[in-house]
Design a protein around this ligand. Structure first.
Ligand code: ATP
Length: 228
């Protein structure tokens, strides 16, 4: 059975419709890349799944229809979002940011710090004083503290130096290998996505135009809908 099933998802910002039917499924332990050019609806899809904006269609997660639940209950089912732009609490310390997100489960402050050692070294520091890469690690750590069944990373490597990006990719690969957590990835780097993701769904103008195993994504389709 799939962990997440998205069917005919539609969403609007006021009078302007952004999603016109997004469809894909994601299994337990699977890494899926949500791909498409800028402005095609990837972030909107994630916001609709996490119930941050109203939507219609089906979003079934862990056997429950998210549209039937109030949004705070939906979050508690285990959706861990690392949002675009990181959004850490700037005036709180690293430790406080982590603790504020904590929910019961195997991911504790100690485990997060062991997994992301750079955060461990900065526990007392204010989030505002961290580098961009460290803030991204903190955003990932915070999502892990919620003990999610599905981790969603929206542009986690955006705006970071190449070495730091490589670290984030290594972190994602380690999560996949060591925790078997289901992961949904949005990122501009097609090459890195192709290495870590098992499957892909491509969105163009608010609709899914292709979905399947990453290994089956042809260069033609990729060029048509994703490449620059
Ligand atoms: P990017 O890689 O640039 O983030 P994306 O595929 O994630 O692109 P979305 O951010 O989901 O795209 O945007 C989809 C469409 O919705 C775009 O046409 C965008 O202009 C519009 N849109 C996004 N956010 C809002 C908003 N808050 N209000 C109105 N329109 C929005």
């Amino acid at each position: 059975m799939s962990l997440l099933r998205v069917e005919n998802l539609c969403a609007s910002y006021g009078a302007s419709q952004a999603l016109f039917g997004v469809n894909f499924t994601l299994a337990e332990g699977e890494v899926l890349a949500l791909m498409g050019r800028n402005g095609m609806g990837k972030t909107t899809t994630v916001k609709a799944i996490c119930r941050m904006i109203p939507s219609t269609g089906t979003v079934q997660f862990a056997g429950q229809d998210l549209h039937r639940l109030p949004s705070f209950r939906a979050a508690r089912l285990g959706l861990g979002l690392v949002p675009e732009g990181r959004r850490c609490f700037a005036s709180l310390s690293v430790a406080e940011n982590l603790i504020a997100a904590a929910r019961p489960g195997p991911w504790t402050t100690a485990r997060v710090c062991a997994f992301l050692p750079r955060l461990g070294e900065r526990m007392g520091q204010r989030a505002a004083s961290l580098s961009g890469g460290e803030q991204q690690m903190l955003a990932i750590g915070r999502a892990l503290m919620t003990n999610p069944r599905l981790l969603i990373l929206d542009e986690a490597t955006e705006g970071l130096a190449p070495l730091i990006r490589a670290e984030i990719w290594a972190t994602i690969a380690a999560l996949k290998r060591e925790s078997g957590m289901a992961i949904l990835l949005i990122d501009k780097s097609i090459r890195e996505l192709a290495q870590v993701a098992d499957s892909a769904a491509i969105i163009a103008r608010g609709k899914t135009v292709w979905s399947g195993a990453m290994a089956d994504l042809s260069a033609d389709v990729s060029e048509q809908y994703v490449g620059v």
